[in-house]
Design a binder for this molecule. Structure first.
Ligand code: ATP
Ligand code: MG
Length: 412
């Protein structure tokens, strides 16, 4: 779990701001859920045999004896919140959230125990257009950040019935080859065979490549839904690969699944992942509601665009100095006037009894471009001394009424 310290706090805020603005341009609205939920919210929805529920959740018993879990992902919480707040009456509810998720995983680059996701969920739309639009929206996001090396993989898991039939095919295929599987995949064979396809063990790749494909046994509806997504992607010039072995780690997915993957982050290459989960709302006690969403890992995205989000090194733009104790109150008032005139300017007023020399040093270290100095003469005359800290501009003394104009030279 990482601290975010300056100057990276600004970088996070800037990244989040750009993403939120883009989501807004597609009509998405923000929802905020608690970080803690009753354990059942996740255990029932994500699936008992998934990695998340089996070994990654931070679960504890609270003082009432209730089992609570720090959210490992947002979809289940979001559905719970939508049901409790009757948000699903509206067809085409488009929501997003942004914040920390918690998974007890082995920490490594791109994999942390507290990480951050932007999650997007849409409820009530069954047709393939929204699936395609979600993908277009993510593609626009990569474009915004100048990312050209992300690869889109898509697949369909079919309806729940088609998925069940496929599961049986996989069991038939892997059971005679059980000894060739690693321990984890052997367990998956017993509990959740689809997830063998999701194995990250390269030694299993050839075996997995030979496994039967769900796409070969899909019904006409699933096939048409998927084909229409491909039509839109092609019309919009979005390159994609159909990966028949793309399954998602969570049980609630059906039909469309997709991932955006980079080769730059090693094994932690999936930056954004999502899919359709038409059965989840009903599973969680609501009326049958088609739904689709994705989650975007912000640490991984930030890692990819680190050079493009500017780091603001300077703590201040303007540094206000009082030459003597008698001018300290005036200095604070002067700083207030500055904030009235230039709300976007970062104004630091020196606080403390330091000598003018020491204050000038602080001003320099703050990164400010200009220092404003108030001494006894300035107070008498109603002026302020403006001293450039970076450029070779001669020091000048200007009337307080002309201060804003004089400063404009520095704070374009
Ligand atoms: P992975 O296969 O990498 O474990 P996942 O399938 O568990 O990913 P999801 O649950 O789909 O991941 O989460 C969506 C996105 O959230 C991932 O694509 C990734 O960008 C990010 N993510 C997931 N787990 C972590 C983590 N522990 N640390 C940082 N980012 C993460
Ligand atoms: Mg995972």
């Amino acid at each position: 779990m990482n601290d975010v310290v300056p100057p990276f706090g600004e970088r996070w805020r800037s990244l989040e701001g750009q993403i939120v603005a883009l989501l807004g341009s597609y009509g998405y609205r923000e929802i905020r859920m608690p970080l803690l939920e009753s354990t059942q919210v996740f255990a029932r929805s994500i699936g008992d045999t998934t990695d998340i529920v089996q070994k990654e959740m931070y679960t504890f018993t609270d003082r009432n004896g209730d089992s609570l879990t720090l959210r490992p992902e947002g979809t289940a919480s979001c559905v719970r919140a939508c049901l409790e707040n009757s948000l699903l009456q509206t067809t085409g509810q488009r929501l997003f959230y942004l914040g920390p998720m918690f998974r007890h995983e082995r920490p490594q680059k791109g994999r942390y125990r507290q990480f951050h996701q932007v999650g997007v969920e849409v409820f009530g739309l069954a047709g393939p257009e929204i699936d395609a639009e979600l993908i277009l929206m993510t593609a626009r996001l990569w474009k915004l950040f100048g990312l050209r090396d992300l690869r889109l993989e898509i697949n369909t898991l079919g309806t729940l019935a088609e998925r069940a039939a496929y599961r049986a095919c996989l069991v038939d295929y892997f059971t005679p080859r059980r000894d060739a599987l690693d321990e984890e995949s052997q367990t998956r064979l017993d509990r959740n065979p689809l997830r063998i396809l999701d194995s990250k063990n390269p030694a299993l790749a050839p075996l997995i490549a030979g496994a039967p494909r769900l796409t070969d046994s899909l019904g006409p509806e699933s096939t048409a839904h998927f084909a229409q997504i491909c039509v839109v992607l092609e019309a919009a010039n979005i390159e994609y690969t159909v990966n028949p072995h793309l399954v998602r780690g969570l049980d609630y997915y059906s039909q469309t699944v997709f991932e955006w993957i980079t080769t730059e982050l090693g094994a932690q290459g999936t930056v954004c992942a999502g899919g359709r989960y038409d059965g989840l709302v009903e599973l969680m006690g609501g009326r049958p509601t088609p739904a689709i969403g994705f989650a975007l890992g912000l640490e991984r995205l930030l890692e990819l665009i680190a050079d493009q989000v500017p780091v603001v090194q300077a703590a201040a733009d303007v540094y206000v100095i009082a030459a003597e104790a008698a001018q300290r109150a005036s200095a604070l008032v002067l700083a207030e006037e500055l904030r009235d005139a230039f709300p976007a300017l970062r104004t630091l007023c020196h606080c403390g009894p330091e000598s003018i020399k020491a204050q000038m040093k602080r001003a320099d270290r703050s990164g400010a471009r200009v220092a404003l100095i108030l001494g006894p003469d300035e107070i008498l005359e109603g002026t302020v001394t403006i001293k450039s800290l970076r450029e070779a501009i001669p020091q000048s003394r200007v009337a307080r009424s002309a201060m804003a104009t004089a400063l404009s030279a520095f704070v374009t």
